[in-house]
Design a protein around this ligand. Structure first.
Ligand SMILES: [Mn+2]
Length: 335
């Protein structure tokens, strides 16, 4: 063969289970069906203010190297040779969207760049495109695709499944989302399509990280269990005296499954946070539920119809507590 090894560099949504699964599935598809790369490398991307892409991180494609972006925004860079995304807000600018649409219309990018916001996970989008258009065999990776849909769509069967985290995918998600070491996810990606999720979880380097995270999770469950009160269908709790960098957001509904809403007050190093949520397993009809994004926006926060948040500076607990009182009263009046 030639003297130069061809490389395919995969840019993926970092600290995200679907991002890691997408990178893994794309690699397996590219290796089995496209067959033009000798090696694969990985580069995580995060949402932030300012430029999302570093043009220098893309490989020069003149020699046949490739750059793929999965589960992340569109880049108009001519160096990007593959793109798959399912996010509603996939285009940063109207020009980006025009560029994508032009490549679809003239056919030049139709078999290289794919966008479909109807998919729950980018992993399932890649799997379908690869199977239908390139003859990729999805049979060995069905477990991965199923769990990417469950995790990215937050489609857990119960609060028990979401909080007790018996499934390996749930524990892997926690490890990936809390990864402090940038080499962790690139190490996991090749494994995700080569073995079962349980076998990935059983790796020593994963177990070492999982232990302390599970301890932190059980401690949060106990703390919120001590603090949470439910009245008029609304759970409230205040854990600002125990600063935390995050907790499993389904804990309140696990503790009080009969509640419709949750309003929690917590504190991290950089903010005091009011978290407002709807019980995903509520028996109420969608039309009966309050739009929480609208409520949070009133206080300078935001989110989705079913879950939102408001951030206050760490020293403005009084303001945050006042907002909690008003929101709780409003939600209790709804029922
Ligand atoms: Mn995704």
């Amino acid at each position: 063969m030639g003297a130069v090894d061809l490389e395919c560099r995969i840019f993926y949504h970092d600290k995200c289970f679907d991002g890691a699964c997408s990178a893994s599935l794309f690699t397996r598809f590219h290796r089995e069906c496209v067959k033009t790369a000798d090696c694969y490398s990985y580069h995580g991307l995060v949402h932030r203010a300012g430029a999302l892409f570093d043009e220098n991180a893309f490989l020069d494609v003149a020699n046949g190297d490739e750059n793929a972006i999965v589960d992340f925004k569109y880049s108009a860079s001519p160096k990007v040779t593959w793109w798959f995304d399912h996010h509603q807000s996939a285009f940063l600018t109207a020009d980006d969207q025009k560029g994508f649409e032009a490549g679809q219309a003239d056919g030049s990018q139709r078999m290289r760049k794919f966008f479909n916001a109807n998919y729950v996970s980018c992993t399932s989008l890649i799997a379908d495109i690869a199977q239908v258009n390139f003859g990729f065999n999805t049979a060995p990776v069905l477990e991965l695709i199923k769990w990417a849909d469950i995790v990215d769509g937050a489609r857990y069967e119960s609060a028990k499944a979401a909080v007790e985290m018996a499934a390996p995918a749930m524990k892997l998600t926690m490890v990936i989302e809390s990864a402090a070491d940038h080499s962790l996810v690139p190490r996991l990606i090749p494994l995700l399509t080569e073995m079962s999720l349980q076998q990935v979880l059983d790796k020593d380097f994963v177990q070492e990280l999982l232990g302390p995270l599970m301890e932190r999770h059980w401690a949060a469950l106990e703390l919120i269990g001590q603090r949470a009160k439910v009245e008029g269908g609304v759970i409230t709790f205040d854990i600002t005296d125990q600063p935390t960098e995050g907790y499993n957001k389904f804990i309140p509904y696990y503790l009080h499954p009969e509640a419709t809403y949750n309003v929690g007050l917590s504190k991290s190093s950089f903010r005091t946070k009011v978290s407002v949520g709807t019980n995903p397993w509520t028996k109420k009809m969608p039309a009966e539920l309050v739009n929480l994004a609208a409520i949070c926006e009133r206080y300078g926060g935001g989110g989705h119809a079913r879950v939102g948040a408001i951030s206050f500076p760490p020293d403005r607990e009084d303001e945050a507590r006042k907002a909690v009182g008003e929101i709780v009263a409003e939600l209790r009046a709804q029922k």
